[in-house]
Design a protein around this ligand. Sequence first.
Ligand SMILES: NC(=O)C1=CN([C@@H]2O[C@H](COP(=O)(O)OP(=O)(O)OC[C@H]3O[C@@H](n4cnc5c(N)ncnc54)[C@H](OP(=O)(O)O)[C@@H]3O)[C@@H](O)[C@H]2O)C=CC1
Ligand SMILES: CC(=O)N[C@@H](CCC(=O)OP(=O)(O)O)C(=O)O
Length: 315
Amino acid sequence: MAFKVYVDGQEGTTGLRLFEYLNARSDIQLLRIDSDKRKDNAERARLLNAADVAFLCLPDAASREAAAMVDNPDTCLIDASTAFRTDPAWVYGLPELAHDQRDAIRSSKRIANVGCHASAFILLVRPLVDAGLLPADYPLSAFSLTGYSGGGKSLIAAYESDQAGQLQAPRPYAMNLAHKHLPEMQQHGRLAQPPVFSPVVGPFLKGLAVTVPLHIDRLGANASAEALLAAYRERYADEPFVRVHAFDDMANLDGGFFDIQASNDTNRVDLFVFGNAEQLCLVSRLDNLGKGAAGSAVQNMNVHLGLDETIGLDA
Ligand SMILES: NC(=O)C1=CN([C@@H]2O[C@H](COP(=O)(O)OP(=O)(O)OC[C@H]3O[C@@H](n4cnc5c(N)ncnc54)[C@H](OP(=O)(O)O)[C@@H]3O)[C@@H](O)[C@H]2O)C=CC1
Ligand SMILES: CC(=O)N[C@@H](CCC(=O)OP(=O)(O)O)C(=O)O
């Protein structure tokens, strides 16, 4: 028997990518809303409550509205927005977060799928805090280079209609240091304060890399590049979608340049540690539409339904 799955926001960037993943599967029966009814609340409520799993690929406010429409206790919601990522009634949809996270995802009907910058940042930071290598009160900073699909339909349209080339240079944003991912980065990274976070969007569709610079003498006792890598290898040993690279993995650089698109079209996260005896640079790379959005949503669904979590996803 196929699982009934509905995507609210099926014509948006995340919804369309999710549709590609789900449409290829024989164990999923997709419930489709007529295009002209996609904002009709009665029709949305009917489909949301008919689904075993409903994905919300909507702006935050519309996600909150959709969640309030669900009264079927058997419907599991997987929300792609930021609305519920630090809400204690929702489980954080990052299976790799901790050893017991999959149990929580399996048993909850409310799963907050994780944002692209936040996934990459938390997967770098959390194992180091848990291992005592990165003090929770370390004054962290991070910058993220991202493709424009992360900004949804409107940003994609702006880049794709940029005939005059006005958007061809990288553009730092969230200059007020209040990016919407900061609360989840702090909470799920187990940090005493949020990082100083600087995202930069570039003139390419997708691909993302978060870089976290560190001074070794400000880290925990016995911290070193090898100790950090050992913590990653221990935490992610059995993870199908996390690849921990060797220290200073120059073979992965192209003439000294880091390729932030090399994880694209997969659900994989690549983790790197570069540096020297004094300073380190942690880098996490993923496809913002894959592990940063739709791929991770499929992974969460697979975990929740008790399926092989790699079904339909490339590592
Ligand atoms: N893009 C990405 O890489 C990522 C996005 N996210 C999050 O996922 C969510 C969706 O993002 P994204 O796909 O990029 O956004 P888009 O703007 O591309 O798509 C959003 C979709 O939601 C629809 N929508 C808006 N309001 C309503 C409503 N009231 N009822 C029904 N449908 C509605 C829009 O309709 P219409 O077609 O009419 O515009 C649109 O199709 C956001 O919360 C975003 O922050 C999370 C991780 C990564
Ligand atoms: C380029 C761009 O605008 N990217 C988005 C992040 C996309 C994402 O991860 O979505 P959520 O915000 O729902 O988590 C941003 O920085 O807000």
